[in-house]
Design a binder for this molecule. Sequence first.
Ligand SMILES: C[S@@+](CC[C@H](N)C(=O)[O-])C[C@H]1O[C@@H](n2cnc3c(N)ncnc32)[C@H](O)[C@@H]1O
Length: 316
Amino acid sequence: MAVKEPISEFLDFIYPNKAEVILGDTLQQLKKFEKEKFELVITSPPYNIGKEYETKTSIERYLQLQEEIIKELIRVTKSHGSICWQVGNYVEKGEIFPLDIYYYQIFKKLGLKLRNRIVWHFGHGLHAKNRFSGRYETILWFTKSDDYVFNLDDVRIPSKYPGKRHFKGDKKGQISGNPKGKNPSDIWDIVVKDWESGMWNIPNVKSNHPEKTLHPAQFPVELVERCILALTNEDDWVLDPFAGVGSTMIAALKNDRNSIGIEKEKDYVNTATNRIESLKEGSIKLRPINKPIHEPKPNDKIAKIPDEWSNLYKEA
Ligand SMILES: C[S@@+](CC[C@H](N)C(=O)[O-])C[C@H]1O[C@@H](n2cnc3c(N)ncnc32)[C@H](O)[C@@H]1O
């Protein structure tokens, strides 16, 4: 039997929950799990847009394959559990196909109930030339039944006007808000990648930030944390069937939940395992949940009209 290093034993004591990414194919691996193991399935599936980890196919064939996986995901989700499906657009010859429209119909056909269509809004991205630049993706939150976990108090955000009072009726004069904060609503402003939060101040931070990994489509840990806190309780099991570099595992372990991920690319699995270790060792840099997004001040260099454009602005 392998003897554990004292430091590793200590870290397991601090983070007793399980966090593992299995190397393999999603459908094959899912078949090995017992039914109703997971309280929450949360993932960002491949979008079929020809990223380095996927082979682009027709949208019909893509959705057919995904439906097989979704059936298995429903089988392994607890009857009081949830599935969060984070998607953007499939693009074909400049035409966009919002994937949530297609996925909604699959989940609905399979008996799930939509609780929220969350709009994840972000400030940066590619600048489109022939249409408006895309600045949001969505998360479809489905439940298997009407009786489900929803810990609103654990994800409330600070109220903008905590001193607001009722101005008429029985409660006139009483404080109208909740001391724990307000419901975060179904529009979430979360920076697209954790490392972008510092970009205004430190221009090169993107390339050398420790959170930047080799994965081209990582989602922010903060985004997953909000779902995990709201839709599961401590020690519950969370599954990410397309785990990438393990953002879901980081969010789960950080918040005392158990998690399993499935990922077919060995390099991503290795990176995920290293990220999990660096969370345990305290060396991973994460954006704290609910931290306001940095806005440049009017006098910051980046917010000023560049000298090269000053004539154009004078003429206008
Ligand atoms: C959009 S990425 C998910 C990224 C992840 N949310 C993160 O933060 O790192 C989708 C992932 O699914 C993986 N994938 C695609 N098809 C798969 C399959 N059939 N089995 C296992 N993994 C697969 C890809 O390699 C890719 O890493």
